[in-house]
Design a protein around this ligand. Structure first.
Ligand code: 13P
Length: 288
């Protein structure tokens, strides 16, 4: 099966009241781990690539070839979307040219009018290729106005403007933060999510910063209209912890323990298992 747009995955998720897992690629092991997790559990999946990860892994062309060739090699039959995560205008155009099936244009740091204009241009090009488009409004989570514990919060009116533009799905901050959450994090703001949902109607919403959000908040966010959840940090931590155990248990000193394939295998397996656990929580397990 070749790469697919994420549009119908998300439409099905919204009507079925579950969310699709978006998992960030960071190396070759993560490609294998996520594809195997999706295939073995018959689940649709979104594989995502940040700008930093694209630079590390040889650019969009290399990555799209690697993912498609792994899909062929591993006999992957479930729907897989290959998605640009937080792309600039130039990155999104490059990725479309190189065979990505979904893109996020992140114009959230621009004035809303400019964000709308550039998102609209990306949509025109993407539509010609049958590619889905995610937009973002609002500031990025983390430290903003000294409110680190609050995270990113979008303006519901800006969300409405993006919905009217016709994007396929929208990232709108509701107090979520990329990376590790601070101890005094206030949690997701469900009143804001409800207001945003009222403004955008049927448009699927995306929750970024999906690592380490308590399960009950994830379930509630899905109940309120979130249909795509992005996870990166937690998978990286699982990979690193498993690799640390390999060395702590002295496995590198065993025969052929020095081989990179041997030392990377526990991280790959840990990533795969975490991906399955997250898909179960999101409700997309077995939905392919
Ligand atoms: P985390 O790294 O916090 O899981 O966030 C991932 C993300 O939102 C990618 O866009």
């Amino acid at each position: 099966m070749s790469l697919v747009s994420a549009k119908s995955m998300l439409t099905d998720a919204c009507s079925g009241h579950y969310a699709i897992g978006h998992f960030n690629l960071n190396n070759m092991e993560s490609i294998r781990a996520f594809l195997l997790a999706a295939q073995e559990t018959h689940s649709p999946i979104i594989l995502a690539v940040s700008g930093g990860s694209a630079a590390y892994m040889g650019g969009y062309r290399t990555i799209s070839h690697m993912v498609e060739d792994f899909m062929y090699y591993l006999h992957i039959t479930v729907p897989v979307a290959l998605h640009v995560d937080h792309g600039s205008y130039e990155q999104v155009l490059q990725a479309i040219e190189q065979g990505f099936s979904s893109v996020m244009f992140d114009g959230s740091s621009l004035p809303i009018e400019k964000n709308q204009q550039l998102t609209g241009e990306v949509m025109q090009l993407a539509q010609k290729h049958g590619i889905s488009v995610e937009a973002e409004v609002g500031g990025i989570g983390g430290e903003e106005d000294g409110h680190i514990a609050r995270g990113e919060c979008a303006d519901p009116h800006h969300c409405r403007l993006m919905a009217e533009l016709g994007v396929d799905f929208l990232a709108a901050g509701i107090g979520n933060i990329h990376g590790k959450y601070p101890a005094d994090w206030e949690g997701l703001h469900f009143d804001l999510l409800r207001q945003i949902k009222k403004e955008v109607g049927a448009l699927p919403l995306v929750l970024h910063g999906g690592s380490n959000i308590p399960d009950d908040q994830i379930r509630q966010a899905i109940d309120f209209g979130v249909c795509k959840i992005n996870v990166n940090t937690e998978c990286q931590v699982a990979f690193t912890e498993a690799t640390k155990r390999f060395f702590a248990e002295g496995k590198d000193m065993q025969p052929r323990g020095f081989a990179p394939r041997a030392m990377l295998a526990p991280g790959l397996e840990a990533t795969k298992q975490l991906c399955i656990k997250k898909m179960e929580l999101f409700g997309c397990l077995g939905k392919a």
